[in-house]
Each structure stands twice: as C-alpha cells, then as structure tokens.
Design a binder for this molecule. Structure first.
Ligand code: HPA
Length: 263
C-alpha cells in the first residue's frame, strides 16, 4: 500500500477518537517516560492499535500515544519511539511525525538520551540542540521537495524560551550540536573522535530522522538531550543508559513542563 494511504488510515483512526484540537507534541526518548507524570493522561493508544504505526521493540520505550492535559493545555505525547537500528526505514521512523502533522501538531518537543563528546557536558546535564550532524545519512524521496536553505532545523524562539525557563527554575542547561549515529552499538573510541571532529557535543541514535521530517513539514522543534554518559565510556549498555536517564530526568520534567506552560 502506498505511503499516503497508510497515513490517511492512521490519521482517520486517531481523528475519529480524539475530540480535541492539538498543536503541541512531545516525544519521550529512552528512560524519559517519567516526564508524562507531569501530565494528566486522558486517552492512550497503544501503537499496535494504530494502523501502520511502527512499534517500539527496545526496553525503556512504552509504545503508546497519549492525549494528556496540563492545566488548560492538551498535548500529544509519544511515549516511546522507534529507531533506525530496529530495522525501520527513515519513512517508517518518521511516520508518526507525518501523522502528528495531519492531526494539527505545529510545535514538537523532542527528547533523547545522549552521550557527551565534551568535558563541559556531564551525565545529568541537559543540552538544548542548536544544530545537528546527521551521521545516519538519512535520505528519502519524501524529502526531495523540501530542500530549504538558510533555515534552522531547531526553533530559535523555543530555544530562547527554554533557556529562560531553565534560568528561572535554576535548571543547569547547555546549548550544543547533536550527532546521530545509527547504532545499535555504542560508538567506538575512533567513532567518537569522528563525531567530535564533525563538531558534535553529544551523540545519540535517534531524533535526527524526526527533526528532518519536522523541517520538511514546517513543524517547529525544541530538541533536548539528556546526557546519560560520556561517549565511548566503559560502563554498561542500553539498560544502564535507561537507568541513568530515569535518574536524571527530573530536571527534564521541570524544563518541559515550564516550556509547555509558557507556550
Ligand atoms: N551514544 C549513542 N547514543 C547514546 C549514548 C551514547 O553514548 N548514550 C545514550 N544514547
């Protein structure tokens, strides 16, 4: 079935079941699910019930779409995401973004766990993503009509807003450049050196496909990385990253709720 028909089916399924107008979305990365506790969940759609929605296969990702309220604001939350390393194509990984766009989402907060490439980012820190280097080399015919130059992939307005919220909430925050490798293996020391030389400050295995699709569709993005480890560290693997993300996510929760309240 062609992509557009799949998109219509997923959109129709959700549109019939969501009685609200939604403009803001949030994607919660590995171990960052506690952020949802700041919201009152009203409706939950397991990904497997939404036509053609890709399903998370890795631990730490819940795999459901939530309609959640905070005060007078309703947001769409992707509680868990899928990755290229799970075998999904760029088109599949970005399918939820296209569905969100059809539902009316025009601003998206995208989070991820990331490894630090620099001494001024340490585990527990939050990095506002200013720019990125795509070492996944995402290509797709779906992007060919969207070659826009001189426009940032990350909203300056939302970065400034997040920074002012962080200041008032006394949450330590940095700005930096995100690199994404495909994974699923963590980077070798030599790959970390490449990521550093490419200008990166943190490295992850997600986010850039979604941000690229947002850029193509005109969705404003606020990207936030939670630093869980120094890149190429000698710690554990995915399980440890999830544990570290859980521990460090209270600041992320404060920052996101502050931003949503101010939007
Ligand atoms: N590398 C890639 N992705 C990550 C890392 C890392 O060190 N930590 C958390 N996600």
């Amino acid at each position: 079935m062609i992509q557009d028909e799949k998109l219509s089916q997923a959109h129709n399924f959700l549109r019939r079941r969501i009685p609200y107008r939604l403009r803001i979305g949030i994607i919660l990365g590995s171990g960052l699910g506690v952020v949802r506790d700041a919201f009152h969940s009203e409706i939950a759609f397991p990904y497997k019930e939404i036509p053609y929605f890709p399903i998370s296969t890795v631990p730490g990702h819940r795999g459901r779409l939530l309609i959640a309220r905070r005060g007078r604001t309703r947001v769409l939350i992707m509680d868990g995401r899928v990755h290229r390393y799970e075998g999904y194509s760029f088109e599949q990984v970005t399918f939820p973004i296209k569905v969100m766009h059809r539902l009316g989402i025009r601003s998206l907060v995208i989070t991820n766990a990331a490894g630090s490439l620099t001494e001024w980012l340490v585990p527990g820190d939050l990095m506002l993503i200013e720019d990125h280097v795509d070492l996944m080399f995402n290509v797709s015919p779906e992007l060919s009509g969207s070659l826009v130059f001189h426009k940032s992939y990350y909203s300056k307005r939302l970065i400034d807003l997040a920074e002012s919220i962080a200041l008032s909430q006394k949450v330590r925050i940095r700005r930096g450049v995100l690199v994404a490798s495909t994974g699923p293996t963590y980077e070798t020391p030599a790959e970390v050196e490449v990521a550093r030389k490419a200008g990166g400050h943190a490295v992850t295995m997600s986010t850039i496909p979604e941000v690229t699709m947002c850029h193509a569709l005109g969705i404003s993005v606020l990207g936030i990385s939670l630093i869980t480890n120094m890149a190429a560290w000698h710690g554990g693997g995915h399980r440890e990253v999830i544990e570290l993300a859980r521990k460090g996510s209270s600041n992320l929760k404060r920052l996101i709720t502050g931003v949503i309240d101010a939007m």
